[in-house]
Write a protein that binds this ligand. Structure first.
Ligand code: SF4
Length: 348
């Protein structure tokens, strides 16, 4: 296995602080009611990720939208009858919705919501990486720009990456993988596929630490450890279950344990507690001083999805225009092919 010379993990200075926007209960209730009305007036469907504000997750479900992982968000957005989608997550999720449904208008509470994996995989450098390994099948994680997707053969999410790479391995194909090095390494270990990895990382998952997790296990010896595979290998080794956000939620319901230590963004705790009200969920420990994400176990870009921003995008036309996903149609067509391949693989 070869690695790129440059490490594409972001440094602390490149990552915004998590915006802890405190809104009192009364204002939250007012905003939620206005958002319900705004969605109705625009005829829009709200599609939200498990990592965003818990009230936004609830609003998505209450109003006929969806809260889920990026794979199901993509599928739901494509199949939704609404001509307007409001995507609450990070920008690649809005772009994916637009790529799959170019005829729909797609807005986000803020287009500032990025992803360290996307930022750490610039299209021009990725094109050079691809050109240097022209004999390989290009598989990219959904957490990439439309330009990078357009350069790929397959797009995958953490829900289907293992299966798709195992399928390619069965076909005798060699894989060029980007951008998450930890997920790539995990898939390579599981499938034994011949993979060359880009060297990006998620600022949230990279901060989970194995030794601190082992120490926590001593305090909670009966707890099961649930880990997202964007985490480092040493953390994955401690896990009782490894998988996407949906797989983590499934495991929490199926495992007999009453207590779980969870190594993924803490936004997922809302759904975990909703579905398992008698079980206890504890955040896995992060790095402490010097951690890229300030040891918060919460994505600073997901945190930009605030109720006020969602309300504003529904009510304020100028703000809405500024936060619409617009894509060059030809780029969209090229980026759609590997996404369609992923969705078709899932329904085989
Ligand atoms: S949690 Fe990590 S992978 Fe997910 S959007 Fe944030 S930076 Fe990207």
């Amino acid at each position: 296995m070869t690695e790129l010379l440059r490490d594409y993990s972001l440094q602390a200075a490149q990552v915004p602080l998590v915006a802890e926007c405190v809104i009192d209960l009364e204002e939250r209730a007012v905003l939620k009611e206005r958002i319900r009305q705004g969605l109705g007036m625009l005829g829009a469907t709200l599609v939200a990720h498990y990592y965003v504000d818990s009230d936004i997750q609830d609003l998505a479900e209450e109003t006929g939208g969806l809260v889920s992982d990026s794979l199901e968000m993509a599928r739901f957005g494509r199949d939704a009858a609404a001509a307007t989608l409001i995507v609450s997550g990070v920008r690649f999720m809005g772009e994916t919705a637009k790529i799959l449904s170019p005829e729909k208008r797609v807005f986000m509470p803020t287009l500032q919501a990025e992803c360290s994996l996307d930022i750490g995989c610039p299209p021009d450098e990725f094109a050079a990486f691809k050109a240097a390994h022209a004999d390989r099948t290009v598989v990219v994680y959904a957490n990439t720009s439309a330009q990078v997707k357009a350069l790929s053969d397959w797009v995958v999410t953490s829900s289907c990456a293992l299966e798709i790479v195992a399928h390619l391995q069965d076909q005798g194909e060699k894989v060029l993988w980007a951008p998450d090095k930890h997920l790539g390494r995990y898939i390579q270990e599981q499938t034994k596929a011949d993979m060359i990895l880009w060297s990006g990382a998620c600022v949230v998952h990279e901060e989970f630490k194995a030794q601190a997790l082992l120490d926590m296990k001593k305090v909670y010896p009966d707890a099961a450890v649930l880990v997202h595979p964007e985490s480092p290998a040493s953390v994955i080794e401690v896990a009782d279950a490894v998988g996407s956000t949906s797989a983590i939620i499934r495991a929490a319901g199926e495992l007999p344990n009453d207590t779980f230590i969870v190594a993924t963004d803490r936004g997922i705790f809302h759904k975990l507690k909703q579905l398992n009200p008698t079980k206890r969920f504890i955040e896995a420990p992060t790095a402490g001083d010097g951690a890229t994400c300030r040891s918060c176990a919460h994505c600073p870009w997901m945190a930009m999805n605030e109720l006020r921003a969602l309300d504003r995008v529904l009510r304020d036309e100028a703000y809405r225009r500024d936060n619409e996903i617009l894509l060059d149609p030809e780029l969209g067509r090229r980026a759609k092919r590997p996404l369609d391949r992923m969705l078709a693989f899932q329904t085989r």
